[in-house]
Each structure stands twice: as C-alpha cells, then as structure tokens.
Design a binder for this molecule. Structure first.
Ligand SMILES: Cc1ncc(COP(=O)(O)O)c(C=O)c1O
Length: 422
C-alpha cells in the first residue's frame, strides 16, 4: 500500500480487535414488576437505585441529573476493562450508537456522541453554510448552550439572530410569533423542545411545517426532553436534534447526543476533523468523510462514558418512557396545584397540560428569586434552581423518577412557610 494512502478506519480495526468481546454491562436494575406492587413501592424502588444522599431533596434534574448506581458501575467496569489493556474501546461506541438511535427513534448513522448538548448545538451552528445577513430565529428563553453558539456565529460571520418570546398561553401563539419573524433571509429556526427557564413545550410539528414549507433548517434543542418524555426523531422530522445525556436520561456527566436527519448529513460541515471522521484519505490532497453523523466524532473518545449512557438508556427502557413522562408530569401537576394555593405565588409554567411536562417554575411577588432559592436550600434542604433568564425572577423545580409526592409536599410547605413569615 502506498504509504501516503490509507484505506480503512485509521487503526480502528486494530482497536476493535483488542476489545472484541467486551460487551457493555447490562443495566440489571433490581426493579419490581410495576403491576405487582403499589405505585408507591415501585417508585421507592426506583429511588433506591440512585446513590443520591437523603440529607437534601434534589429537584434540579433540568440542570444536572443524577445517574443510577448501575450507570456508575458500568462506567467503572468499562474503565477498568479498558485500562487493563490500555485500549480506547471505540468499537463500543458503534454498539451503543445502535441502542441510542433506537431509543430516540432514529437510525444509527444519524447519531453521534458528544460531550453535552452545547457541543451538539454548536456542531449545527458552526457547520451550516450561512452567509452574512442570513437570519436565525430562536426563542428568547433559549439556554446559553443553545443561544451562544449562534451569537458566536453572529460575531464571527455576520449572521443575524432574531428572537421571539415564547407564548405561555398557547402553542399556536409561539408558531405565529416565529412566522412573523420569517423573511426570505431566514435560514434556520431553532427551538428548545421544552424550554429550560419555565418548561414550555413547543408545537414541534407546527414549527417544523413552517420551516419545511420554506426550506428553512429546523433544529431542536432537546436538552430538556430526552429522558423526560419519549422521543421519536423520525416522526418529529426535524433536521437536527441535540441533547444531553447527563440530565433527564441519567447518563454519566459529559455525555451528549447529536442527530442529523439522514438526507441532511452533507449540509453540516465538520467544524473539527480527525481520526474517526473519515474512511479514506490521500495525503495531502483529499479526505472521504464517514458516511454518517459519526464523522463529527473526531479523535480519541471516552468510551467508558458512552458505555454508561447505554446502561442509562436500558434503565429508562426498563421503567418505560411513557411511564416516566406520566410520573414526572403527575408530580408537576400536584406541585403546581399546591403552589398555586399560596398567596403571592405565580406559576410561570403554562397552565395548559399539553404545553408542559416535568418542569414547574414559579415566582413570588413578595420575595426575590435568590432569597427564595437560597432559603429553600439552606433552611429546608430543597435543591431547586433559580431562574434569572429574561428577568423572570423565579424558581424552577424539576420532578423526575427519583422524586416523590412527599418531595412536592416539602416544597409546598416550605414555600408556604417562607411566604407566610416574609
Ligand atoms: C435547553 C438547553 N440547552 C442546552 C443546555 C446545555 O446543556 P449541556 O450542559 O449538556 O451542554 C441546557 C442545560 O440546561 C438546556 O436546558
């Protein structure tokens, strides 16, 4: 073989050879059959799978989700296994890719692993071919991990960012606000699937239609949905979707996923390229990219974390995504009903159940967000998240599978007490 020409997968074959037969650990969580125990007993068993301490109540899954012990064990086992032979174990990434794709309703070659949702969003914001003056629309409530990649592009390449305020009253209202911002220069519409500050669920199908009819790229930032609700990317039919593994999915810290629709792969240029991005090159003339979103997985990766993400997915599947969605929403409904009885409390999360799931954000006309959040934490051991975005002056509570009705009662009682004595 010509020394300058390399056909194959940049030594991937050798790496795979050394680690062949190394299967990722199966989740094997000790969960009872849902139908054979009470609902309380079932969710208590789920809670016990998490090494979360009992000295505080964790209600910030929207910021960072805890991983169940089986996930942490899988990461440790994979680390020891790979360190014992000092290999990357990259072949595992392809095995997990199949599992992650199935979990998200996509094909394996439409998925790549990243370090977080921000990186996934950035690959799209950096990789789409845009000219100065081209316009990108997203919501004013976008998380910095969704908005900053575009602001960076605006700074560097003169694109124009336009924002709309999400309508908390109606899904159609937000679609209409986007429609009003569209011009012939609009090239991208991005929304958070569920917004981080107040938990607004957008009409993804309505926005997709708006974009598709006009040939506009539609990117969904799903950091707040994968692991909270079932995701079927093929039915969602967006051009790209980004998410974190370390929030609602319960994966290890430093895991993320990017999806790009099969037919749109070539529209996103690689902002980073290296080993694992190409199938073939003739040095220094030409490279042939991997025929899949995996091309964005350049360089050496932490396979151990991806192996842990597989177990997180298996753990969630064992419970069932519909059941997870229903449980988190039920807790949120209960919490909202209780909080709305308290004088001076306003629920900022939409009242329409179709427009929300497992996030509850509220403000208090008597107490600023920072005092309220810190008193909840320091005096009542309730770890919520303050919401400062867009001057919202609020507190966010995330309710996931390790939370309980008793946790919600504690929040309601604590807020009542703080308000009463303010
Ligand atoms: C909608 C949204 N996008 C992006 C991010 C950033 O996520 P990560 O820390 O995984 O980059 C968050 C985090 O809260 C988020 O809510």
């Amino acid at each position: 073989m010509d020394r300058k020409e390399f056909i194959g997968a940049l030594g991937l074959g050798a790496s795979a050879m050394f680690t062949s037969g190394c299967q990722t650990t199966s989740s094997a969580a000790a969960l009872p059959d849902f139908k054979s125990v009470s609902e309380y007993a079932y969710w208590s068993a789920v809670r016990q799978q998490f090494p979360l301490g009992n000295d505080r109540v964790y209600l910030n899954c929207g910021g960072l989700g805890p991983a169940p012990s089986v996930v942490l064990d899988a990461v440790n086992e994979k680390t020891e296994e790979l360190q014992a032979i000092s290999e990357t174990g990259h072949a595992t990434m392809d095995e997990v890719r199949v599992v992650a794709a199935e979990y998200l309703g996509a094909d394996a070659n439409e998925i790549c692993f990243t370090r977080n949702a921000t990186e996934s969003n950035s690959i799209i914001a950096t990789g789409l071919r845009l000219n100065p003056g081209d316009e990108v629309i997203f919501e004013s409530h976008a998380h910095p991990g969704g908005s900053f990649p575009w602001l960076n592009r605006q700074e560097r390449h003169g694109i124009k960012v336009k924002v709309f305020d999400p309508d908390p009253e109606s899904m159609e209202g937000s679609v209409e606000r986007i429609r009003k911002l569209i011009t012939p220069r609009t090239k991208v519409i991005q929304v958070s699937h569920i917004t981080a500050p107040t938990g607004i669920l957008f009409d993804i199908q309505g926005i997709r239609k708006l974009a598709q009819e006009r040939g506009i790229w539609f990117h969904v930032d799903g950091a707040q949905t994968a692991g909270m609700i079932p995701i079927d990317l093929h039915s969602m039919d967006c051009d790209s979707y980004a998410t974190s593994g370390h929030k609602w999915m319960g994966g290890p810290r430093g895991t993320g996923i990017l999806y790009i629709k099969r037919s749109q792969l070539e529209e996103v240029e690689c902002s980073h390229l290296g080993g694992h991005s190409i199938t073939h090159y003739t040095f220094p003339d030409q490279v042939t990219y991997v025929d899949g979103v995996k091309r964005h997985e350049y360089g050496t990766r932490n396979t151990e974390l991806v192996a842990g993400l597989q177990v997180a997915i298996e753990f969630q599947k064992e419970i069932g995504l519909k059941r997870i969605e229903a449980y988190g929403s039920k807790l949120a409904n209960y919490l909202q009903a209780g909080l709305s009885e308290i004088p001076s409390i306003e629920i900022l999360t939409p009242s329409d159940p179709a427009m929300r799931r497992s996030i509850t954000t509220f403000s208090c006309s008597k107490i600023p967000y920072n005092t309220l959040t810190s008193r909840l934490m320091q005096e009542y051991r309730l770890r919520c998240r303050q919401v400062t975005e867009q001057g919202l002056n609020a507190v966010r509570v995330s309710t996931h599978i390790f939370n309980s009705k008793a946790d919600c009662d504690r929040v309601i009682e604590a807020v009542s007490e703080i308000v009463r004595t303010a």
